[in-house]
Design a binder for this molecule. Structure first.
Ligand SMILES: [Zn+2]
Ligand SMILES: [Zn+2]
Ligand SMILES: [Zn+2]
Length: 362
């Protein structure tokens, strides 16, 4: 990370996540304030084909049973299999056993793996746009099938760990799908807080944030001296813009290079993205990942798809929740301070991070 920023740009403030106010971030950019160590990134595997890899073509017999493969005929491009080591059991008929304060819910669910591409070490920004659009289509198809297969499933989490720094245990590029009978806590907090915002202000808070990212302009003065503390410029949080989707740098980013992708028009459920719009989503994704890769120098990251839960409140939350993809590149090791306080520390001013991502020539 560059130390070239001048002292006048140094920021030290706690920023409250507008959607989940209980989650806050200490943005501390002054050199002396940096408590973090840059993560020693183990290099990721960039080979195209690995003879011994169970996810490479030719080794199909080494994977658990296949769920779907695309295209249906000829050499597969995307392949979905069951997880060898599922975190949630398949059809465990076991009643939740509750005793006093010890509440449990049956660990019923599904855990599956999507082999994103036949090329072993390919990064998302190296995939063709048409391939990425097909991959998003596979996410949708499987989410829909899982929700339809069992009404106990309330949430289907699609996520990707890319690179050893992001916890990917198998180097072949892949995503994971976990279907569960409960709503993950962080999604639940977003859903409840955005519903409360809607009840009070009658608009979606995510839509408001997109509007602010696109048009907000302000000068903030120091109350005592009258000096200009900060100027906020038009579009300073925008990283990439498509026709239907936008990539923005959250004002209270937990991770230095965190970027979120959202549909520009209000939409609660990822399953409602029309097939013809997946190409624009793929384009925004590819360009965003290329920017991150260029700035970080080989991005290793997690991404998570957050969409409205399919629970009894799904219809009620449709106007207030807005689906999005959270991309969280891993560049530093969490400190004891972060783990102990629950306060994330971000050592790069999000406005400057967005500027550097935008400046990448693609
Ligand atoms: Zn492989
Ligand atoms: Zn919205
Ligand atoms: Zn989210």
């Amino acid at each position: 990370m560059s130390d070239s920023q001048t002292d006048s740009n140094d920021v030290r403030e706690i920023r409250i996540n507008p959607i989940v106010p209980s989650e806050s971030v200490l943005v501390a950019t002054a050199r002396g304030m940096r408590p973090k160590k840059a993560e020693e990134l183990a290099p990721r595997d960039t080979r195209k084909h690995v003879e011994t890899c169970p996810f490479c073509r030719g080794n199909e017999h080494k994977t658990p049973p296949v769920i779907l493969s695309w295209p249906a005929d000829g050499d597969w491009q995307i392949r979905m299999v069951e997880n060898l080591y599922p975190v949630l059991g398949d059809d465990r008929e076991q009643a939740g056993f509750n005793f006093g304060l010890q509440q449990t819910i049956d660990g019923y669910g599904r855990h599956e793996v999507i082999i994103d591409h036949h090329e072993h070490g390919i990064a998302v920004h190296e995939m063709a746009e048409s391939h990425l659009a097909a991959l998003f289509g596979v996410y949708q198809m499987r989410m829909r099938q899982l929700f339809e297969s069992d009404e106990r499933l309330k949430y289907v989490l699609v996520f990707k760990n890319f690179g050893p720094a992001a916890g990917a245990s198998i180097p072949h590029t892949h995503s994971q799908v976990i279907a569960m009978p409960v709503v993950p806590e962080n999604v639940d907090a977003e859903v409840k807080n955005s519903a409360a915002h809607y009840a009070k202000h009658h608009h979606c808070i995510f839509c408001a944030l997109i509007d602010e990212a696109l048009t907000f302009e302000a000068t903030i003065y120091d109350r005592n001296s009258g000096a200009v503390r900060r100027k906020i410029n038009v579009g300073q949080y925008v990283v990439e813009r498509g026709e239907k989707f936008i990539a923005i740098k959250p004002f209270a980013s937990r991770y230095e290079w965190e970027v979120h992708i959202l549909p520009l028009a209000h939409q609660a459920d990822f399953l409602d993205v029309r097939a013809e719009d997946l190409a624009d989503l793929a384009r925004v994704m590819k360009r965003t990942m290329a920017r991150l890769d260029a700035v970080i120098g080989g991005a290793q990251y997690n991404f998570f798809l957050h969409s409205v839960p399919h629970d009894s409140q799904q219809q009620a939350h449709a106007p207030s929740y807005h689906w999005h993809l959270e991309i969280c590149p891993r560049t530093s090791i969490p400190t004891g301070f972060e783990l102990g306080s629950g306060l994330f520390v971000n050592t790069i001013n999000p406005e400057q991070a967005a500027e550097r991502l935008r400046a990448v020539e693609l």
